[in-house]
Ligand binder design. Sequence first.
Ligand code: XBP
Ligand code: MG
Length: 251
Amino acid sequence: MQAEAVTIAPSRAAELVRRAAALIFDVDGTLAETEELHRRAFNHAFARHGLDWQWDRALYKELLRVTGGKERMRAYHGRLPIARPLPDADIAALHRIKTAHYAELVETGCCPLRPGVIELLAAAKARGQRLAIATTTSHGNIDALLSQALGTTWAAEFDAIVAGDDVRHKKPAPDVYLETLARLKLAAADCVAIEDSANGLIAASRAGIPVLITRSMFFADDDFSEARAVLDDLSELGSASRKTEKQPHAP
Ligand code: XBP
Ligand code: MG
Protein backbone atom coordinates (compact mmCIF):
# COMPACT_ATOMS: atom_id res chain seq x y z
CA MET A 1 0.00 0.00 0.00
CA GLN A 2 2.72 2.45 1.04
CA ALA A 3 4.85 1.60 -2.02
CA GLU A 4 1.84 1.95 -4.34
CA ALA A 5 0.98 5.38 -2.84
CA VAL A 6 4.52 6.61 -3.46
CA THR A 7 4.92 5.39 -7.06
CA ILE A 8 1.74 7.04 -8.45
CA ALA A 9 1.77 9.89 -5.91
CA PRO A 10 3.01 12.77 -8.14
CA SER A 11 0.08 12.62 -10.63
CA ARG A 12 -2.49 11.87 -7.92
CA ALA A 13 -1.04 14.59 -5.72
CA ALA A 14 -0.99 17.11 -8.56
CA GLU A 15 -4.67 16.43 -9.32
CA LEU A 16 -5.61 16.67 -5.62
CA VAL A 17 -3.86 20.05 -5.38
CA ARG A 18 -5.22 21.49 -8.63
CA ARG A 19 -8.84 20.63 -7.80
CA ALA A 20 -8.87 22.05 -4.25
CA ALA A 21 -10.64 25.33 -3.43
CA ALA A 22 -8.03 25.92 -0.71
CA LEU A 23 -4.60 24.58 0.22
CA ILE A 24 -4.12 24.36 4.01
CA PHE A 25 -0.45 24.21 5.01
CA ASP A 26 1.12 22.82 8.14
CA VAL A 27 4.27 24.79 9.09
CA ASP A 28 7.02 22.88 10.89
CA GLY A 29 8.49 20.21 8.67
CA THR A 30 6.13 21.06 5.79
CA LEU A 31 6.91 24.64 4.77
CA ALA A 32 10.48 24.37 6.11
CA GLU A 33 12.67 21.91 7.99
CA THR A 34 12.36 23.92 11.21
CA GLU A 35 12.41 21.17 13.84
CA GLU A 36 16.21 21.07 13.95
CA LEU A 37 16.16 24.79 14.84
CA HIS A 38 13.43 24.18 17.43
CA ARG A 39 15.60 21.45 18.94
CA ARG A 40 18.62 23.80 19.17
CA ALA A 41 16.43 26.52 20.64
CA PHE A 42 15.10 24.17 23.33
CA ASN A 43 18.66 23.20 24.32
CA HIS A 44 19.64 26.88 24.46
CA ALA A 45 16.71 27.58 26.81
CA PHE A 46 17.57 24.64 29.07
CA ALA A 47 21.15 25.87 29.45
CA ARG A 48 20.01 29.45 30.10
CA HIS A 49 17.60 28.16 32.76
CA GLY A 50 20.29 26.10 34.51
CA LEU A 51 18.77 22.73 33.51
CA ASP A 52 21.13 19.90 32.54
CA TRP A 53 18.69 18.76 29.85
CA GLN A 54 20.10 18.17 26.38
CA TRP A 55 17.83 16.87 23.63
CA ASP A 56 19.85 15.13 20.88
CA ARG A 57 18.21 14.29 17.54
CA ALA A 58 17.28 10.74 18.51
CA LEU A 59 15.58 11.87 21.73
CA TYR A 60 13.93 14.83 20.00
CA LYS A 61 12.50 12.54 17.32
CA GLU A 62 10.84 10.55 20.12
CA LEU A 63 9.66 13.68 21.98
CA LEU A 64 8.10 15.08 18.79
CA ARG A 65 5.27 12.62 19.26
CA VAL A 66 4.04 15.23 21.73
CA THR A 67 2.92 18.32 19.82
CA GLY A 68 3.43 21.77 21.32
CA GLY A 69 6.71 22.94 22.81
CA LYS A 70 5.33 23.54 26.30
CA GLU A 71 3.59 20.16 26.33
CA ARG A 72 6.77 18.50 25.05
CA MET A 73 8.85 19.92 27.92
CA ARG A 74 6.20 18.88 30.45
CA ALA A 75 6.13 15.33 28.98
CA TYR A 76 9.94 15.09 29.16
CA HIS A 77 10.00 16.34 32.76
CA GLY A 78 7.35 13.79 33.66
CA ARG A 79 9.46 10.87 32.45
CA LEU A 80 12.61 11.79 34.42
CA PRO A 81 13.25 9.38 37.32
CA ILE A 82 14.14 12.22 39.68
CA ALA A 83 13.61 15.90 38.88
CA ARG A 84 12.91 19.05 40.82
CA PRO A 85 9.33 20.31 40.48
CA LEU A 86 8.80 22.38 37.34
CA PRO A 87 5.84 24.76 37.79
CA ASP A 88 3.88 25.97 34.77
CA ALA A 89 5.48 29.40 35.23
CA ASP A 90 8.91 27.83 34.67
CA ILE A 91 7.66 25.99 31.57
CA ALA A 92 6.29 29.28 30.25
CA ALA A 93 9.59 31.08 30.98
CA LEU A 94 11.56 28.32 29.27
CA HIS A 95 9.26 28.53 26.25
CA ARG A 96 9.70 32.30 25.99
CA ILE A 97 13.49 31.92 25.97
CA LYS A 98 13.24 29.11 23.45
CA THR A 99 10.90 31.04 21.16
CA ALA A 100 13.14 34.11 21.23
CA HIS A 101 16.20 32.03 20.34
CA TYR A 102 14.28 30.20 17.60
CA ALA A 103 13.44 33.57 16.01
CA GLU A 104 17.11 34.59 16.16
CA LEU A 105 18.09 31.36 14.40
CA VAL A 106 15.39 31.73 11.73
CA GLU A 107 16.34 35.36 11.09
CA THR A 108 19.84 34.26 10.05
CA GLY A 109 18.19 32.83 6.92
CA CYS A 110 19.58 29.36 7.67
CA CYS A 111 16.19 27.67 7.24
CA PRO A 112 14.80 28.29 3.73
CA LEU A 113 11.38 27.07 2.63
CA ARG A 114 11.45 23.50 1.35
CA PRO A 115 11.71 22.72 -2.39
CA GLY A 116 8.58 23.54 -4.36
CA VAL A 117 6.82 25.55 -1.62
CA ILE A 118 7.22 29.03 -3.16
CA GLU A 119 6.28 27.75 -6.62
CA LEU A 120 3.16 26.03 -5.27
CA LEU A 121 2.04 29.12 -3.32
CA ALA A 122 2.41 31.27 -6.46
CA ALA A 123 0.67 28.74 -8.75
CA ALA A 124 -2.24 28.36 -6.33
CA LYS A 125 -2.75 32.14 -6.19
CA ALA A 126 -2.56 32.33 -10.00
CA ARG A 127 -5.27 29.63 -10.20
CA GLY A 128 -7.53 31.59 -7.86
CA GLN A 129 -7.14 29.06 -5.04
CA ARG A 130 -7.17 30.19 -1.41
CA LEU A 131 -4.30 29.59 1.04
CA ALA A 132 -4.39 28.86 4.77
CA ILE A 133 -2.12 27.78 7.62
CA ALA A 134 -3.07 25.26 10.34
CA THR A 135 -0.20 24.66 12.75
CA THR A 136 0.65 23.65 16.33
CA THR A 137 3.38 26.26 16.66
CA SER A 138 2.84 29.90 17.65
CA HIS A 139 1.98 32.96 15.56
CA GLY A 140 5.36 34.42 16.51
CA ASN A 141 7.19 31.42 15.07
CA ILE A 142 5.11 31.50 11.87
CA ASP A 143 5.84 35.20 11.44
CA ALA A 144 9.58 34.76 12.05
CA LEU A 145 9.81 32.02 9.42
CA LEU A 146 7.59 33.55 6.72
CA SER A 147 8.77 37.15 7.15
CA GLN A 148 12.27 35.85 6.49
CA ALA A 149 11.20 33.67 3.55
CA LEU A 150 8.39 35.70 1.93
CA GLY A 151 8.84 39.26 3.24
CA THR A 152 6.98 41.17 5.96
CA THR A 153 3.67 41.26 4.01
CA TRP A 154 3.49 37.44 3.82
CA ALA A 155 0.26 37.19 5.87
CA ALA A 156 -1.72 39.02 3.13
CA GLU A 157 -1.40 35.90 0.96
CA PHE A 158 -3.30 33.71 3.44
CA ASP A 159 -7.07 33.76 4.04
CA ALA A 160 -6.77 32.01 7.42
CA ILE A 161 -3.85 31.52 9.83
CA VAL A 162 -4.63 29.26 12.81
CA ALA A 163 -1.89 28.52 15.37
CA GLY A 164 -1.62 26.11 18.31
CA ASP A 165 -2.68 28.59 20.97
CA ASP A 166 -5.82 29.59 19.00
CA VAL A 167 -7.54 26.31 19.87
CA ARG A 168 -8.14 24.15 22.94
CA HIS A 169 -6.50 20.97 21.69
CA LYS A 170 -3.36 20.69 19.56
CA LYS A 171 -2.80 18.09 16.82
CA PRO A 172 -3.63 15.18 16.50
CA ALA A 173 -6.91 16.74 17.64
CA PRO A 174 -8.70 18.25 14.60
CA ASP A 175 -9.21 21.67 16.25
CA VAL A 176 -6.84 23.78 14.14
CA TYR A 177 -8.24 22.29 10.93
CA LEU A 178 -11.88 22.71 12.00
CA GLU A 179 -11.19 26.34 12.93
CA THR A 180 -9.46 26.89 9.58
CA LEU A 181 -12.45 25.46 7.67
CA ALA A 182 -14.80 27.68 9.69
CA ARG A 183 -12.78 30.79 8.83
CA LEU A 184 -12.57 29.82 5.15
CA LYS A 185 -16.28 28.91 5.07
CA LEU A 186 -15.38 25.88 2.96
CA ALA A 187 -16.31 22.20 3.14
CA ALA A 188 -13.51 19.82 4.18
CA ALA A 189 -13.78 17.81 0.96
CA ASP A 190 -13.12 20.96 -1.11
CA CYS A 191 -9.74 21.52 0.54
CA VAL A 192 -6.43 19.70 0.84
CA ALA A 193 -4.15 19.66 3.89
CA ILE A 194 -0.40 19.52 3.27
CA GLU A 195 1.37 17.88 6.21
CA ASP A 196 4.59 16.09 7.26
CA SER A 197 3.70 14.03 10.35
CA ALA A 198 1.34 11.30 11.51
CA ASN A 199 -0.11 13.70 14.11
CA GLY A 200 -0.84 16.18 11.34
CA LEU A 201 -2.35 13.49 9.11
CA ILE A 202 -4.62 12.35 11.94
CA ALA A 203 -5.67 15.92 12.79
CA ALA A 204 -6.62 16.81 9.21
CA SER A 205 -8.26 13.42 8.58
CA ARG A 206 -10.40 13.82 11.72
CA ALA A 207 -11.58 17.11 10.22
CA GLY A 208 -12.49 15.25 7.02
CA ILE A 209 -9.82 16.95 4.91
CA PRO A 210 -7.88 14.97 2.26
CA VAL A 211 -4.15 14.97 3.10
CA LEU A 212 -1.03 15.26 0.98
CA ILE A 213 2.13 14.28 2.88
CA THR A 214 5.63 15.61 2.20
CA ARG A 215 8.14 13.50 4.10
CA SER A 216 10.35 15.47 6.50
CA MET A 217 13.54 14.99 8.54
CA PHE A 218 11.99 13.74 11.78
CA PHE A 219 8.85 11.99 10.53
CA ALA A 220 9.95 10.23 7.32
CA ASP A 221 9.12 6.79 8.73
CA ASP A 222 5.69 7.66 10.15
CA ASP A 223 2.66 5.66 8.96
CA PHE A 224 1.05 7.66 6.13
CA SER A 225 -1.21 4.91 4.78
CA GLU A 226 -4.31 7.11 5.29
CA ALA A 227 -2.88 9.94 3.16
CA ARG A 228 -4.19 10.55 -0.40
CA ALA A 229 -0.58 10.82 -1.62
CA VAL A 230 2.95 10.85 -0.19
CA LEU A 231 5.78 12.88 -1.75
CA ASP A 232 9.38 13.46 -0.77
CA ASP A 233 8.80 17.17 -1.34
CA LEU A 234 6.46 19.58 -3.15
CA SER A 235 8.79 20.03 -6.13
CA GLU A 236 7.42 16.65 -7.26
CA LEU A 237 4.08 18.33 -7.98
CA GLY A 238 5.47 19.52 -11.32
CA SER A 239 2.67 21.03 -13.46
CA ALA A 240 0.46 21.74 -10.40
CA SER A 241 3.11 24.21 -9.31
CA ARG A 242 3.24 26.12 -12.61
CA LYS A 243 1.27 29.37 -12.89
CA THR A 244 0.07 28.61 -16.42
CA GLU A 245 -2.58 26.13 -15.19
CA LYS A 246 -6.27 26.69 -16.02
CA GLN A 247 -8.29 28.54 -13.38
CA PRO A 248 -10.52 25.87 -11.69
CA HIS A 249 -11.86 28.32 -9.10
CA ALA A 250 -11.85 31.67 -10.87
CA PRO A 251 -15.41 33.08 -11.28
C1 XBP B 1 5.09 21.37 15.14
C2 XBP B 1 4.99 21.35 16.61
C3 XBP B 1 5.48 22.54 17.38
C4 XBP B 1 6.99 22.73 17.14
C5 XBP B 1 7.60 23.64 18.19
O1 XBP B 1 4.02 22.16 14.68
O2 XBP B 1 4.49 20.39 17.18
O3 XBP B 1 5.26 22.27 18.75
O4 XBP B 1 7.63 21.46 17.28
O5 XBP B 1 6.92 24.88 18.21
P1 XBP B 1 3.35 21.89 13.19
P2 XBP B 1 6.38 25.46 19.61
O6 XBP B 1 4.06 20.70 12.56
O7 XBP B 1 1.88 21.62 13.47
O8 XBP B 1 3.59 23.16 12.43
O9 XBP B 1 7.53 25.36 20.60
O10 XBP B 1 5.97 26.87 19.32
O11 XBP B 1 5.23 24.55 19.98
MG1 MG C 1 4.57 19.58 10.92
